[in-house]
Write a protein that binds this ligand. Structure first.
Ligand code: PMT
Length: 223
């Protein structure tokens, strides 16, 4: 897969799980390893694109040839995406974004109070990045999302595709062992705005990423 189908195109890819800090030494996060997003970034580089990889902390080496923008929180991810998107042809949001963040971050490490049997954490929703992107999207730009679902994959995926004004969505069933979060393999159902859906076999994230980049290039070419 070395065809330069994205030559001259600027592609922004997000990866990893965002971290929402409670205090200087603790955070809320999720099981995302970054493997899916890094595979998409590598496939986009192989396809000839100029790639910006906006990444939450991971254990992975970024693919050679990407411009790396490290972030931690959803708010930082939002700011980095909005900045990079202004000059981009396409955005692929593979990052596992926290849906809630603490209402306040404590300046000092939170201490246990003697006798305390309950501790209440107050959370507020994070910004929906893809929805903010939809508001500034230009006609030539393409946005691709993922949907991490544990039930009703197709129906929930279709709702996200519409709500976030996406050109393509890759829905993965994250309740299944061996695919989704942290594994080397994945299986996705691609959903397009015209209602066309197709499911990949369970295979490596590398091959899933290549299939996604092929569809992304076709969508860009059709704009
Ligand atoms: O990193 P890996 O271990 O390889 O795992 C890969 C993965 C399972 C994380 C990946 O394949 C995946 O599904 N990523 C999306 C996870 C997610 O946040 O899904 P969601 O259904 O909650 O969100 C839908 C879409 O909206 C996603 O593209 C997400 O990036 C985006 N989003 C979500 C919340 C938010 N506040 N803003 C967003 O833009």
């Amino acid at each position: 897969f070395q065809a330069p189908i994205l030559k001259g195109k600027r592609v922004v890819v997000t990866a990893g799980g965002t971290r929402e800090r409670l205090d200087p030494v603790r955070f809320l996060s999720n099981d995302s390893s970054g493997k899916m997003g890094y595979a998409v970034a590598a496939a986009a580089v192989a396809a000839g694109a100029d790639v910006t990889l906006i990444t939450a902390p991971t254990r992975l080496d970024p693919p050679v040839g990407t411009k790396v923008v490290p972030i931690e929180s959803t708010t930082e991810l939002r700011d980095a995406v909005i900045t990079a998107y202004q000059r981009a042809d396409a955005l692929v949001m593979a990052a596992a974004v926290a849906d809630f963040q603490p209402l306040q971050m404590a300046d000092q490490k939170i201490k246990k109070t003697p006798g305390e049997t309950e501790f209440t954490l107050r959370l507020q929703p994070t910004p929906d990045i893809l929805q903010e992107v939809a508001a500034i999207k230009q006609p030539h730009q393409v946005t691709v999302g993922f949907a991490a679902e544990t039930q009703d994959l197709l129906a929930n995926g279709q709702k996200k595709l519409e709500a976030k004004h996406l050109d393509l969505l890759a829905a993965n069933d994250v309740s299944q062992a061996g695919i989704g979060f942290n594994s080397d393999d994945n299986q996705v159902t691609f959903i397009q705005p015209n209602g066309v859906t197709d499911q990949t076999p369970k295979t490596s994230k590398k091959l899933i990423a290549q299939a996604l980049i092929k569809r992304l290039a076709e969508t860009l070419a059709s704009k």
